[in-house]
Ligand binder design. Structure first.
Ligand SMILES: [Fe+2]
Length: 354
């Protein structure tokens, strides 16, 4: 990938800077630098998305605590709509309409807390950032800009927490859809063949996100930074297949008419990974599936799940097996540290239509 031109980076928008500085006590020079990084990020999205194999936006590169100051500046830029439009027309292949969503980050934020979410998410972005934008930019975004994060991030965190509280508040309104709450079944053979073929083909795309003493460790030196999971994006075709095969299975099982909300790419857990007991967010994950794609384990790694009566079960999924479950009402997790080389799952979530 080329680098953004100086002309692009210097594209002026005094009203953006003015709007930004009105609510942020940051110097003119520093604000200009943050603004140039927003333009760099927009350029990066545009080019990175074009390089994606399935033409889908690479939504895995979004905003986290570290980069929340960029998000703030971007909002100011969008509000200077004439400038923003001109910039998009002149330098991007498409207008960036909507705020970038970071659903995986937000889910992790709720499930694992701030540190856990940041660890997984930033870990996932560092390699890409270094590769395409270089070390200086990466250090600035994920280390230097952390000093500006608190304000912008605290607001986001409190919104997420409110949403979480609201979820629990509404839990009493969510009925039990099935007697047992979860069930383990074989994945339809044709679908599993498709998933396996993608898994094999895309293995080399999985970048090691952490090396002992390596660059990733140096960048975030302030805390122990261990990456225990990674996420691979799947193609649009595979996502469609997963929905087409899984939705009828879930509809038959629950007797509901469902609407797909998320299909998460292949998440690979590494040695030491664990997932606290939690319930999924009500907005999007009411009925879900976990498909085990592949595993290399030193000892079986159980999914703990409590049924509607609160009894705890341990499920050992094998490749080609899936667990259908009521993910917003049943507590689930993987509370024992993973002992093995890898454990790869695909997830999909649905909500009832009514
Ligand atoms: Fe979950």
């Amino acid at each position: 990938m080329n680098q953004p031109s100086n002309e692009l980076l210097n594209f002026p928008s005094p009203s953006t800077i003015e709007r930004f500085r009105a609510s942020n006590p940051i110097s003119q020079d520093e604000s200009e630098l943050i603004f140039s990084d927003v333009k760099r990020l927009l350029w990066f999205w545009d080019n990175y998305d074009k390089s994606a194999t399935d033409g889908e936006p690479n939504s895995d590169f979004g905003f986290t605590k570290s980069t929340s100051i960029l998000e703030k500046m971007w909002q100011c830029f969008i509000l200077s709509s004439r400038d923003y439009q001109e910039f998009c027309n002149q330098y991007l292949s498409a207008y960036q309409h909507h705020p970038r969503l970071t659903p995986i980050y937000d889910t992790n934020l709720v499930e694992l807390g701030e540190e856990g979410a940041e660890e997984i998410y930033v870990g996932g972005m560092l390699g890409t950032c270094i590769e395409y934008l270089g070390e200086d930019v990466t250090v600035r975004w994920f280390d230097t800009y952390l000093q500006y994060a608190n304000d912008a991030f605290e607001r986001k965190l409190s919104i997420m927490k409110d949403r979480r509280r609201a979820d629990y508040h509404k839990l009493s309104d969510v009925p039990k859809f099935t007697k047992e709450g979860f069930i383990v079944k074989p994945v339809p053979a044709e679908l599993f063949a498709e998933i396996t073929s993608f898994n094999e083909k895309s293995k080399d795309k999985e970048k090691d996100e952490y090396e002992e003493g390596g660059i990733l460790e140096n960048i975030i030196s302030s805390k122990k930074h261990r990456i225990a999971t990674s996420l691979r994006q799947i193609t649009r075709d595979l996502r469609t297949s997963i929905i087409n095969y899984i939705q009828p299975e879930l509809e038959t099982w629950t007797g509901l008419e469902l609407f797909p909300t998320y299909v998460y790419g292949i998440r690979t857990y590494r040695r030491g990974a664990e997932l606290k007991m939690h319930k999924d967010t009500l907005q999007t994950n009411i009925i879900s599936v976990i498909i085990n794609v592949d595993q290399q384990v030193d000892e079986p790694w159980a999914l703990q799940i409590k049924n509607h009566e609160g009894e705890l079960f341990e499920l050992l999924l094998q490749p080609g097996e899936m667990c259908l479950y009521e993910s917003a009402t049943l507590e689930h997790g993987r509370v024992k540290p993973f002992n093995g080389n890898y454990f790869s799952n695909v997830f999909a979530s649905f909500i009832p239509l009514s």
